[in-house]
Ligand binder design. Structure first.
Ligand SMILES: Cc1cc2nc3c(=O)[nH]c(=O)nc-3n(C[C@H](O)[C@H](O)[C@H](O)COP(=O)(O)O)c2cc1C
Length: 184
C-alpha cells in the first residue's frame, strides 16, 4: 500500500503534526510526505503548457509527486484551517494539479493515475467553519483521481484543547487508516 500525504502546516510540532504522527505509527506500507511550507514546489504560473501537453513545464519537486501519484493507493491532505480555508502554501502546491484538470478538460486524455482513496484531516483554533477548507481539499483529491473520499476528520477547538487530546479526532485518524487499508 502506498500513501501520499500533504502537510499544510508550518509548525514542526503543531496540531497537524501531532495527529500525523499518530497516523504514521499506524499506517502500513510505504508513504511519501509533501511539506507544503518546506518543499521546493512553485505555484502554477498558468503558463498554459498543460493545455496542450502532458505533465508540467516547471521542473521542481512536484515532478516526484506526479510520479508517486501514478501508482499510489491513497492520498491524505492534512492542514490547519486559515481564514476558513486550507493554508496558502497548501493551496499553492495544490495549484500544480492543474495539469490533471487540463488533461480531462482540454486534452481529453486519461490521467494515467490509479484509482485512489482520499481523506482530509483539518485542525483549527475554533473560529468559523471548516466546510470551505474540506470542499477545497475534496477538489484537490478528485484531481488526483480519488474516487472515494472519507468524511472529514477534524479537531476544531485547538485554541483550548491540543488536537492530540481531542479523542474524537484521534479516533478519526485511526478510522482513516482502516479506510485506507480496506480493499477498494
Ligand atoms: C493566519 C491564521 C489564520 C487562522 N484562521 C483560522 C480560522 O479561520 N479558523 C480556525 O478555527 N482557526 C484558525 N487559525 C488557527 C489555527 O488553525 C490553529 O491554531 C491550528 O491548530 C494550527 O495548526 P498547526 O499547529 O498544525 O499549524 C488560524 C491561524 C492562523 C495563523
Amino acid at each position: 500500500m502506498k500513501t501520499l500525504i500533504f502537510n499544510g502546516s508550518p509548525r514542526k510540532n503543531g496540531d497537524t503534526v501531532s495527529l500525523l504522527k499518530h497516523f504514521f505509527e499506524r499506517l502500513p506500507g510505504e508513504y511519501k510526505i509533501v511539506e507544503a511550507y518546506r518543499c521546493n514546489i512553485s505555484p502554477c504560473m498558468d503558463c498554459r503548457y498543460c493545455k496542450t501537453n502532458k505533465g508540467c513545464a516547471i521542473q521542481d519537486e512536484m515532478q516526484e509527486v506526479y510520479d508517486y501519484l501514478k501508482d499510489c493507493d491513497n492520498v491524505l491532505i492534512a492542514s490547519p484551517v486559515y481564514f476558513s480555508e486550507l493554508t496558502g502554501p497548501m493551496l499553492s502546491v495544490g495549484s500544480r494539479l492543474q495539469t490533471y484538470f487540463c488533461g480531462r478538460f482540454f486534452r481529453k486524455e486519461e490521467s494515467g493515475l490509479t484509482t485512489k482513496k482520499g481523506a482530509v484531516l483539518l485542525v483549527g483554533g475554533g473560529d468559523g467553519k471548516t466546510n470551505q477548507a474540506y470542499d477545497t481539499a475534496k477538489i484537490l483529491l478528485k484531481n488526483m483521481n480519488c474516487k472515494e473520499i472519507y468524511p472529514l476528520v477534524c479537531s476544531h477547538n485547538t485554541d483550548r484543547v491540543p488536537a492530540i487530546e481531542d479523542a474524537q479526532a484521534v479516533a478519526g485518524v485511526e478510522e482513516i487508516v482502516r479506510f485506507f487499508e480496506r480493499e477498494q
